[in-house]
Write a protein of this length. Structure first.
Length: 128
């Protein structure tokens, strides 16, 4: 049996769904219910796509957080990716969230008809 990865009790997972991440991409958002910092992002394709789907992650419609960006490769349903957000430099400031902020996931570049996708941001509560 594999040893489980220990997680701090300060990490919270906020997820959202997009009905289309490929040919006609639809951005999706999730509201943050507390202050903290984005420490990791995840994405999964719910269908077969061709080409790579790039997913920009931003807070309140601002500039994309470069180290939070996702790149979902071509393949069948269940293609999953993750990105660890830098805790230093400009991304440390850019990944800070506050109560009521909106995190957006904006897909682009993939092809496929009506391919949905799910995105998750891991927020470390109280982190700065």
């Amino acid at each position: 049996m594999a040893v489980p990865t220990p997680r701090t009790l300060k990490d919270y997972f906020l997820s959202c769904f997009s009905p289309s991440i490929a040919t006609s991409p639809v951005a999706t958002q999730v509201v943050v219910p507390f202050s903290g910092r984005i420490v990791k992002t995840y994405g999964v394709s719910l269908g077969t796509t061709t080409g790579t789907t790039a997913v920009a992650v931003a807070i309140n419609g601002g500039s994309a957080i470069s180290s939070a960006a996702l790149s979902i490769g071509a393949g069948g349903a269940g293609v999953e990716v993750e990105a660890t957000v830098n805790a230093t430099g400009t991304d440390a400031t850019a990944s800070q969230v506050y109560d009521g902020d909106v995190i957006s996931f904006t897909p682009s570049g993939g092809t496929g008809s009506s391919i949905g996708g799910t995105f998750t941001a891991v927020i470390r509560r109280g982190a700065s």
